[in-house]
Every structure is written in C-alpha cells, then in structure tokens.
Design a protein around this ligand. Structure first.
Ligand code: ADP
Ligand code: MG
Length: 245
C-alpha cells in the first residue's frame, strides 16, 4: 500500500465537453504527506480535488484510496466521502443547524455513532479548532474564519484518511487567514495526509512536503516548497510565481 500511496492517481483524464481539464495526471500521495497544489485559475485544481472524492467522475485512468479503486455509488461511495474530508472555499455549513449539530451530523448518519459519542467527539474537535464557545450558535453568527474552522472540524469528525482543502482561505478577510492556516499546520504536524490547493506560500513553506504546480490540466512541475519557490525549473512556474509573489 505505501508503495502506491494512500491516494494514487494514474493516467487520469477528464473532459468537460471539448475542454480537456485533466491531462494524464499521475500523482501519488503517501500516508502523512502534505501536498500543496498551486497553479493559475482554470488549470484543473478543483476538478482534481473533486475527482478524488468522486464529486466528478473521470473519463479514463484510475484513482485509488488505500489501494482500492474509488467506488461509484451506494454505501461504498458514502463511505468514501467520509474517508476523504473536503473543505471548500465557501464554508458550506448547514445554515439551520447549530455548530455542534454541523459537526455531529455526519458521524451519526454515516458512521452510525450514538448522539452522546458524536457530541463528545465534536466538542473535542471544536476545542481543537478554537471555537468551543460557539457550539450552540448558528453559522451566520460566526466570522468567516470561525466558520471555516468549523468546516475543518466537521470533516475531521468522520476520521478521514485524507483531507482535501480547495482554496480554504480565499474567501476570508486577511486577518482571518492565519487562524485557519494555523489549524491546518497543526493538522499537518499531526501527520494528517493532506492535499491543499492554495497560493499561501507561507503555509506551503511551513507545512508542505511537496508542491505540485498545475497548468492547463497538467502537472508541470513538482518540488519541495523551498526549491519550488526559490528556484522553479519551468518557464510556466517562473511566470506564475512572478505574478503571485
Ligand atoms: P481551478 O480550480 O484550477 O481554477 P477548475 O478545476 O475549477 O480549475 O476548472 C478547470 C477548467 O474546467 C476551467 O476551464 C473550468 O472553466 C472548467 N470547468 C470546471 N468545472 C466545470 C463544469 N462543471 N462544466 C464545464 N466546465 C467546467
Ligand atoms: Mg479552483
């Protein structure tokens, strides 16, 4: 298993009509590894994430989690979604549920946990992400940074094997970015396997083992963060970095 990676994509292709959005993607992520995916808008980063928890079916190639091909339907698919925690740019919390309920819902429904077990765990997670005091409030009563931290707690409540983050701080006011990144750095230090789409170089430098640079649906360059940011090898990466740095 470790040889192929906890998450492994082999020759993955995906089209939207005539648009070829993922082109022969080969990517293997080891257990405990933190991979930052970076690249211009429209390069296929979100599609890549969505393919990994099967929100988007792929046209060809294979994706495996823990050595198993991704299931396409039924209970196995629900389990896969639980195993692959996903945090989006927009926090996507359930507006009419309290913060605590947001975190206990999945474990009760999908993992079949009792209310008391789910709640105890949820409170622990809310503490871990620093929003204990908000447990009985509703999402709209929280700041964006707090909501995003709840979204992370909600995903963690399922005991995922891997966490995907798709531009988790892009919709946040600057002063809230750090509090979310700090939670993510903490997760990385606790050996969570993570795939993180972000342009936050600070996060990549603090937490990532590898940076994957995508452009036009392809992986153009891969390197350790320090190397990638200081000495990118391809013209595409150099051009991109000159725009964002
Ligand atoms: P990124 O996250 O890197 O900005 P995306 O994966 O969102 O890129 O999108 C890659 C390309 O696929 C873009 O050209 C985008 O417009 C297109 N695309 C994404 N989702 C869809 C969809 N559901 N239908 C058609 N085209 C899509
Ligand atoms: Mg995107």
């Amino acid at each position: 298993m470790t040889k192929t990676g906890l998450v492994a994509l082999t020759d993955v292709n995906k089209h939207f009509g005539d648009l070829h959005v993922l082109k022969d993607i080969n990517l293997s992520i080891a257990k405990g590894e933190v991979v930052v995916v970076i690249g211009p808008s429209g390069s296929g980063k979100s599609t890549l994430c969505r393919a990994i928890n099967r929100l988007e079916p792929i046209d060809s190639g294979t994706i495996t989690l823990d050595g198993q091909p991704l299931p396409s339907e039924g209970k196995a698919l629900a389990r896969l979604r639980a195993d692959v925690g996903m945090v989006f740019q927009s926090f996507n919390l359930f507006a009419h549920k309290t913060i605590l309920q947001n975190v206990t819902l999945g474990p009760s429904k999908v993992r079949g946990q009792s209310k008391s077990v789910a709640e105890e765990k949820a409170r622990g997670l809310l503490e871990r992400v620093g929003v204990t005091a908000q447990a009985d409030k509703y999402p709209a009563q929280l700041s964006g940074g707090q909501q995003q931290r709840v979204a992370i707690a909600r995903a963690l409540a399922m005991d995922p094997k891997v966490m995907l983050f798709d531009e988790p701080t892009s919709a946040l006011d600057p002063e809230m970015i750090k509090e979310v990144l700090d939670v993510m750095v903490d997760l990385a230090r606790q050996s969570m396997t993570m795939i993180v789409v972000t342009h936050e170089m600070g996060f990549a430098r603090r937490a990532a083992n590898r940076v994957v640079f995508m452009a036009d649906g392809q992986i153009v360059e891969e390197a350790e963060p320090e190397r990638f940011f200081t000495d990118p090898q391809t013209k595409r990466a150099q051009d991109f970095l000159s725009k964002i740095l």
